[in-house]
Design a protein around this ligand. Sequence first.
Ligand SMILES: *[C@@H]1O[C@H](CO)[C@@H](O)[C@H](O)[C@H]1NC(C)=O
Ligand SMILES: *[C@@H]1O[C@H](CO)[C@@H](O)[C@H](O)[C@H]1NC(C)=O
Length: 315
Amino acid sequence: MGFITPRTSSPYTITLLLIPPALLALTYLIPLPDFFAPCAAPLLLSSSSSTPSPPPDPEFRLLIGILTLPNRYARRHLLRHVYSLQQPTSPSSVARVDVRFVFCNVTDEVDATLVALEAARYGDVVVLGCDESMNTGKTYTFFASLPDMLDGDGGDGSTTSRRAPYDYVMKTDDDTYFRLDRLVTSLRGQPTEDFYYGAGLPFADPKFPPFMLGMGYILSWDLVEWIATSDIPRKNAVGPEDMLTGKWLNTGNKARNRYNTVPYMYDYKGPTSGDFLVDTIAVHQLKENSRWAHTLKHFNVTKGLEKPSKFYHFS
Ligand SMILES: *[C@@H]1O[C@H](CO)[C@@H](O)[C@H](O)[C@H]1NC(C)=O
Ligand SMILES: *[C@@H]1O[C@H](CO)[C@@H](O)[C@H](O)[C@H]1NC(C)=O
């Protein structure tokens, strides 16, 4: 049973549903208020036409799973803005990018109620069958759960489509900022099979790094399916997740196609403009709001969004 149902009327793919079925009915009853519609900078848009037409089949579909904790409400609030405002205003012919927040079982009663509100309102919450308080391999559970969760979902909401629900799946954290247009550009035309993308370590092997750093790495869908079925990951699910993912793939002789994003994905260095690269794909270690603000300001993220208003000003 597929839990992802696109609202084809809305380009706002972050609102796509990936929630427990019990919440599904509720979600449909809640219309998205207009004020929440993103006014985003164009992201590799197809030419717009005045007559409504079905959304184009994109060249590729990417699922971004942000592994976070239930009680990080403020960070999710920020990340929702950051990613929804980067979505194109009409469906892109190049890429569909869906962003989800990924938890293990929400055991705290307060969190369970409040996160249920978010799941209903935004439809971007994924709860896995793992225990957050133990080091039980959340990343493993994330990848290994997806084929069943998305079974039968051809990515277009059709249950008959045999196309994989996504071409690529990313695991990332709540302290990483991805520039979606750069990400999409760097992924475009890459292999869609046996493919592993990210900031590789150790630096000694730039072409075929043994593993990609946990700030954000991408696997092609066939590798997600392999993780779900192979004994190799299942028996080595606990440990430093980024190194482990590389180890599974290396042991299984997988991921023969690797793309190293070094130096364009990096840890936050400092607030001066020299601390950022022009072609940055991602900045990591954004633990404090001040770092987010520096980074967003540097990349002019808020610039195009400021409409003249008599109600507010920010300088
Ligand atoms: C998580 O929740 C599911 C569904 O309620 C349950 O089947 C599973 O045992 C729980 N797992 C853990 C590790 O708590
Ligand atoms: C942000 O905008 C300023 C002024 O238009 C420009 O000089 C600068 O290069 C832009 N920064 C980035 C990272 O694009």
